[in-house]
Design a protein around this ligand. Structure first.
Ligand SMILES: [Mn+2]
Length: 311
């Protein structure tokens, strides 16, 4: 695994209705993200925060709230993360609301296109984030990044990337989904992305889910961008999010998910999104995000082969 990790703070909640996710990067720093990865042998560089407009708290216009401000953020994020990838570093975007992933996905897909490398997106989230102005009840752009990445949405958002779409829907995988707006559902089904909603995870288990996804990514020999929205977790273990939805990943399911991603060796970049310290209890949501990130970067209870023969 790439030993050079760059932390990139994105202190913005401009894509959300509730303020507070702008404090997410600092919450992750306080929870010890850099120190945790350093202790696991990584060279960690905190690049500080990306700049962008402050949240003007305006109502939606033509179905989009803060469209121009979101575009500026996405472009600024793309510039910083693209450069980190070009320099050979592993970027971790510390969000920030999930609209910020428009910028990180733009960076990763541009980098992969430049190097003729296939790219896959693993979206770990309670929500499909597949709205457009036509389907969104709120106009909040943090409900739209996956639609934008796969070519649906305002042309000025789509054109942030190197191409439209930034990524082929066939290479997008979602897990932990359990809250999708009525018309958003139709667009998800039409798009052709692969969704493992909580019902499917209940039925086949997180292990089979991750085996299926990681097998496909491996077959494609792709760079895997992991976009981790902490609201994918069950609310009692991750209360510090704007939109808590019952029935999320348990602590052990999330751990196995992260451990299996690590073991695949496929992950090349990561977003941690939607931590809202204003709604949190003693920074517990940032702490669990750091704990799960440790597993994503190879922390193990025991080396698996030392206790049993893997299949
Ligand atoms: Mn999300």
């Amino acid at each position: 695994m790439n030993k050079n990790v760059s932390l990139i703070g994105v202190p913005s909640d401009i894509g959300a209705s509730d303020r507070g996710a702008a404090m997410g990067p600092e919450a992750l720093r306080v929870a010890g993200l850099a120190r945790t990865l350093q202790n696991q042998g990584f060279n960690v560089k905190d690049m500080g925060n990306v700049d962008g407009p402050i949240n003007p708290e305006l109502p939606p216009v033509d179905g989009y709230r803060h469209l121009q401000e979101n575009i500026i953020w996405a472009k600024n994020i793309q510039d910083v993360i693209y450069q980190e990838l070009e320099d050979g570093n592993f970027p971790i975007m510390m969000g920030g609301d999930h609209a910020m992933s428009i910028g990180s996905i733009a960076a990763v897909t541009r980098h992969c296109a430049d190097h003729n490398k296939p790219v896959c997106l693993l979206w770990i989230d309670a929500h499909a984030d597949f709205n457009t102005a036509d389907t969104s009840p709120s106009g909040n752009i943090h409900g739209m990044p996956v639609a934008v990445a796969t070519g649906y949405g305002h042309p000025d958002l789509l054109s942030v990337g190197h191409a439209i779409p930034m990524i082929d829907a066939k290479n997008v995988y979602q897990i932990a989904i359990r809250s999708v707006d009525k018309n958003e559902k139709l667009l998800v089904l039409k798009s052709g992305i692969t969704v493992y909603d909580m019902r499917r995870i209940d039925e086949i288990g997180i292990r089979q889910t991750m085996q299926d996804v990681l097998h496909q990514v491996a077959e494609k020999k792709a760079h895997l961008h992991v976009s981790f929205d902490v609201d994918s977790l069950d609310p009692p273990i991750a209360p510090g999010v704007a939109t808590t939805i019952q029935g999320g990943l348990t602590y052990r399911e999330a751990q196995l998910c992260m451990e299996m991603i690590h073991d695949s060796g496929l992950m090349g970049s990561l977003d941690i999104a939607e931590i809202n310290p204003a709604l949190d209890t003693k920074n517990s949501t940032a702490k669990i995000a750091v704990d799960l990130t440790a597993s994503l970067f190879g922390r193990q209870i025991f080396p698996t082969h030392s206790l049993y023969q893997g299949e």
